[in-house]
Design a protein around this ligand. Structure first.
Ligand code: AMP
Ligand code: MG
Length: 215
């Protein structure tokens, strides 16, 4: 029998550990961290091996695309084609729990396995101070789907992450409990904007920026 991999390091989210977490991510590791919704399972969104390890750790179907977290609108525009709707919503709600699906830039250096064949990419600037400090320390795009095994209860605390994924990832940055809601998911990649998931930012608030939504 082979021994299970060692458990993830549980790192209190202080400055020193944020640097350690960023180094682990640069080395292709998996590091969970708090966001304004749930704990996210972080990995370098440009590193195909790291991205594949995220699918494996979560036991997630490979055709279910992963989100990308960024520091600001300008960085988001390097990866996605932000149209006028996207800019208006991003200016109104980022940093915050609004995930925008847009056309991916042809020149984008994102790992192909992140969103195979879709031609679109889901982007968000997270409204959580630890997530933002980690993005700055890492200095690049991070994928961060929810830090749980697919179908299991979502992870609201570092302890939840350790319990579900502790043997499948490298570290957890402990920043206390997350609110436990989901981001609102809006598809801007086609014609009219489509609300795919009504989450932390209500439909009414989206409509206050865009006007009435058809879907
Ligand atoms: P979360 O990370 O929980 O806020 O959720 C992001 C959601 O967006 C997940 O349900 C993903 O499956 C979904 N998603 C990610 N990328 C895409 C994409 N390119 N097109 C459609 N949905 C996506
Ligand atoms: Mg999810």
């Amino acid at each position: 029998m082979t021994a299970p991999p060692p458990p993830a390091r549980l790192l209190p989210a202080n400055s020193n550990n944020l640097e350690i977490a960023a180094d682990l991510l640069r080395a292709g590791g998996l590091v969970a961290f708090p966001t304004e919704t749930l704990y996210g399972l972080g990995a370098d969104a440009r590193n195909e091996t790291a991205v594949m390890n995220v699918f494996q750790a979560k036991q997630r179907a490979k055709d279910k695309p992963l989100i990308v977290l960024l520091q600001d609108i300008q960085e988001a525009a390097q990866y996605g084609e932000l149209n006028e709707h996207a800019y208006r919503l991003a200016e109104a709600f980022w940093p915050g729990a609004l995930t925008l699906i847009v056309r991916q830039r042809d020149s984008s250096p994102l790992a192909p396995g992140l969103n195979p064949q879709s031609g679109t990419v889901a982007l968000r600037v997270p409204g959580n101070a630890i997530a933002m400090r980690l993005l700055r320390a890492f200095s690049g795009p991070l994928t961060a789907p929810s830090a749980n095994i697919t179908g299991a209860a979502p992870a609201k605390t570092a302890g939840d992450v350790m319990q579900g994924l502790g043997h499948a990832i490298d570290a957890v940055l402990d920043g206390g409990a997350c609110p436990g809601n989901e981001s609102t998911l809006l598809d801007l990649s086609g014609g009219a904007p489509r609300l795919l998931r009504d989450g932390a930012i209500s439909r009414g608030r989206i409509e206050s920026v865009l006007g009435p939504l058809d879907i």
